[in-house]
Design a protein around this ligand. Sequence first.
Ligand SMILES: Nc1ncnc2c1ncn2[C@@H]1O[C@H](COP(=O)(O)OP(=O)(O)OP(=O)(O)O)[C@@H](O)[C@H]1O
Ligand SMILES: [Mg+2]
Length: 502
Amino acid sequence: MPAIARSNGDSTPQKRRLRSDAAAAQESPISTTVNWKSPRRCITASPNSPSNGTERDSSENPKKSPVKKLSDRFISKPKWNPRDAEQMRAVKEALHVSTAPSTVVCREEEQKRVLEFCKAGVEQEKAGSLYVCGCPGTGKSLSMEKVKQLLVDWAKEAGHQQPDMLSINCTSLTKAPDIFSKILSKAQPRKKVNGSTTSALQHLQSFYSQKPQSSGMKMMLIIADELDYLITKDRAVLHDLFMLTTFPFSRCILIGIANAIDLADRFLPRLQSLNCKPIVVTFRAYYRDQILKILQERLMALPYAVFQLQALELCARKVAAASGDMRKALCVCRSAIEVLEAELRESGCNFNSSTVEKSFFEQQIPTVPDILKKQEIDVVRLDHMAVALSKTYKSPIVDTILSLPQHQQIALCSAVKLFRGGKKDATVGELNKSYMDICKTSLIPPVGSLELSSICRVLNDQGLLKLGQSREDKSRRVTLRVDEADIAFALQGIRFFRNCLQ
Ligand SMILES: Nc1ncnc2c1ncn2[C@@H]1O[C@H](COP(=O)(O)OP(=O)(O)OP(=O)(O)O)[C@@H](O)[C@H]1O
Ligand SMILES: [Mg+2]
């Protein structure tokens, strides 16, 4: 039986955000409706888009996605009327991040792995844990909603007892240990726990240590999203949570979701030594064809064509090259629609007006140039998308990075490489080693360690790095002050850096 550990409720949860750079996922034609609203907002602040951005193209993938077929269906639709307020609303809604897509494509393989794990748990009444990780906007939360649905359908069909379901977004917890009260109130709804959250954990621990009095107690699927909010100084909450699945009569099928790839390795070493390490399912950043396909699938719900195919392709290419974040792609598309709206406004069309005003407008006899304009602005074009992309990715940080001398850029790249995989800070000495490695592999003569220290000071002054205090230069702690994606985006136009950051 595992030892009973305590959580320290006073520790502060911290949010960690990481980004993976690989991009490949398998596809199959599974897709089902999901009724779910994401609580996330749209993140727009990010880097500038260099004109010759690289792309994660389909050639990186062994399987080519059926984008072409989808495109054919896509083109054959009639064009929309952006002056129609109702159509405009429907289009914007279809592209809103919080609108549950009618189908979830490009995540079939990942969903299958999680579903199989859950099914095995329910079938064999076996507790266990799984950790879902991946960069922001890669469909983790969305997919888990879908898995929940699929599990319910499967249990119904296969005649298994429906598991209890508990979905928790850890950001909504006042204190990290509150998660145990939530689990307890699901596991034992009638159990009253007075005050302290520690006792909720103790109740759970003793509950899952004893043989249940009645047979046929339900399994419980716990989905803990934004798991990194449970990282406390002593790591106890996270540890205790996963340990719940190791008790002899545990009924917990736990799925934890976060960005960090190595969260389980870093924070749950004891689980590993007990041979209870969670299974890890990684959601890779979306690549170009996947972003295009997802956008097209979402637009498929509309009876008209809204975008030029080339415009969507440009969006997919740029977003894939920057981060592979679907949230970003949706924001850019909506922003492109706004560019078109502004163009319509400028051209004097009152498409945004109320129905009364509109019918008044429609009574006016259009002039020839008006008709021409109307024909031109009937679809979101490549140029609208280009404006939206440059707005979205416009950032002074990117300009700063682009204007740095080469060795400062290499030093930044070294920092990015060093901090990939979860490392939060390093010493200047470690940074120097990473920098030397890059120089060595690319046959660039490196600057000396003194020079590198002064480069670090310059980058610190520019607000790109943060340097700590220490007597010795090489022992000063260094952290990145800008988003890794901003650096990747700024430097992706230069082949050397592109290779370096891949
Ligand atoms: N495969 C997909 N099909 C349709 N829409 C998608 C897909 N993947 C992502 N999206 C859209 O992107 C949004 C963000 O996805 P989701 O919330 O699942 O990301 P996440 O991986 O959980 O990100 P984070 O790490 O920031 O929580 C979704 O709300 C959805 O609108
Ligand atoms: Mg999420």
